[in-house]
Design a protein. Structure first.
Length: 310
């Protein structure tokens, strides 16, 4: 079968590889891309296996054995480590990562599979993985009504939509007018800046050290910043005065629990979160690498839909 595999930084190759072997084999009908894929392409990632590594983690398709339509979750917690026993399975110390969605077929543990509800398109179901991470991140926040989301990428916009659904007044801060317009379409307010201290809850959704710093300067005294965007490895300098003297809470938000994937699938299937707001063009495996580096949708925040049969 054909699969896109990472052989090193900036080295993705579409190759003929052996058929996947595992507990369940799924025919991939659609896989979507995200910023993590671009990070993996350019720099690698701590969760990647040794090169050549399978590529793609937002995957939907059909089980070969039963024909069931499924989302292939990108991780399976061990269930026995201290975080798992505490109910924080997203922090599992022995996580099985399930990559390889940019291929004709993928093998996965049965525990990674989630049934796709109703007639939800495969390309929409694949987006349940990042949406689940946003569901988890919102749960790490507070009940403040006025909220800012720093960064209008697909994660930032998904966060904004979830917060709007929760009745919040949401400002999405982004320098691109196209993304601010997308935020407006989702019921939030797209802005290019906010005054420091304007809100008591900020979600950082950029994933750069300077954005982490900016988020702490933006939040009101006594407020909370939820760091959703993962920074590259290494230390990040943060304004200690804000954390100590202003008692600003800083919390991380990483990954998701299996139940949060099912919640995300429900949100997509009911239309509460419209997948079309995030969908970009469909590409084949051969065009994937170039489209990741130079997206064909300009500054808009969208996901490529990968169809391995093209």
């Amino acid at each position: 079968m054909r699969a896109a595999r990472l052989h090193g930084p900036d080295d993705v190759r579409v190759e003929d590889v052996p058929e996947p072997v595992g507990e369940v084999v799924v025919t991939v009908r659609a896989a979507t891309t995200c910023g993590t894929d671009l990070k993996m392409l350019r720099h690698g990632h701590p969760t990647l296996a040794a090169y050549p590594a399978p590529f793609g983690h937002e995957t939907a398709g059909e089980r070969i054995d039963t024909g069931e339509r499924v989302l292939v979750g990108d991780s399976v917690p061990c269930g026995t480590c201290p975080p798992c026993r505490a109910g924080r399975t997203h922090l599992c110390r022995a996580m099985t990562w399930v990559y390889g969605g940019f291929a004709e077929r993928i093998a996965a543990p049965a525990a990674a599979l989630h049934s796709i509800p109703g007639a939800l398109p495969f390309s929409a179901a694949a987006m349940a993985e990042p949406l689940a991470a946003c569901v988890h991140a919102v749960g790490r926040g507070t009940s403040e009504r006025a909220v800012a989301v720093l960064g209008g990428g697909t994660i930032g916009l998904m966060l904004a939509r979830l917060l709007v659904l929760d009745g919040r007044d949401v400002a999405v801060i982004d320098r691109h007018p196209e993304r601010r317009a997308q935020a407006d379409d989702l019921g939030a307010r797209g802005v290019d800046a906010l005054e420091p201290g304007a809100v008591a809850l900020v979600f950082e959704a950029v994933g750069r050290p300077e954005a982490w710093h900016a988020a702490l300067l933006l939040v009101a005294p006594g407020g909370r910043v939820v760091m959703v965007g993962g920074c590259p490895g290494g230390d990040v300098a943060l304004p200690a005065v804000r954390i100590h003297y202003d008692e600003v809470d800083v919390v991380g938000a990483f990954h998701h629990r299996p139940a949060e994937i099912d919640e995300a699938l429900l949100l997509l299937s009911t239309g509460a979160v419209d997948h079309a707001a995030f969908a970009g063009p469909t590409v084949g495996l051969d065009d994937l690498a170039a489209a990741l580096v130079d997206p064909p949708f300009g500054a808009e925040a969208r996901k490529l839909v990968v169809d391995p049969t093209r």
